[in-house]
Ligand binder design. Structure first.
Ligand SMILES: [Cu+2]
Length: 169
């Protein structure tokens, strides 16, 4: 049985090795330059709307916060921002999203029974190391699938066969 000639195996694995290399060392493209972001968030019992914000690292963010029912609060993890929001009085908060990652924001004034569930999420991206890790994981999985598909017979047999082929050549 000569199902796994060495040359063909190299042909199969070479693209994976090259892709892995590309994922690891490819220069990080300069993505979108920093922007001005104006976002209005309305606060009501018991939610922020929107409850998820996405900005890019370096963006200058201006939040306009407005409560329509009772007094709420706005506390943003990781940025040390906390404001009390009175109904009918809009508050503006400006900051530069210089820290990358996911940061929760929550109501910091007890506004009723479900107050603890009044939360949202600020996502500051892009997270390049994360995407690299994901890329490598996907490549490894694809490689594993190809490997399993090609070596249903088992590793030892593969090695023996490639020796046989070398001897024959
Ligand atoms: Cu609250």
């Amino acid at each position: 049985m000569k199902r796994f000639p060495r040359r063909r195996r190299i042909t199969v694995w070479l693209p994976f090795a090259l892709l892995a290399l590309a994922v690891l060392v490819a220069p990080i493209p300069r993505l979108v330059p920093p922007q001005e972001r104006e976002i209005t968030i309305s606060l009501t019992q018991f939610e922020f709307s929107p409850a998820r914000l996405r900005v890019n690292q370096g963006d200058r963010v201006t939040l306009t916060l407005a409560a329509s029912d009772v007094v709420h609060g706005f506390y943003l993890e990781g940025y040390g921002i906390e404001e009390r929001i009175e109904p009918g009085v809009t508050k503006r908060i400006e900051f530069v999203a210089e820290r990358r990652g996911k940061f929760r924001y929550r109501c910091s004034v007890n506004c009723g029974a479900l107050h603890p569930f009044m939360v949202g999420e600020l996502i500051v991206g892009p997270n390049i190391p994360f995407w690299r890790a994901m890329g490598l994981t996907l490549l490894a999985l694809a490689g594993l699938l190809v490997y399993l598909q090609r070596t249903g017979a088992g590793y030892e047999e593969v090695v023996n066969e490639s020796f046989e082929i070398e001897e024959a050549a």
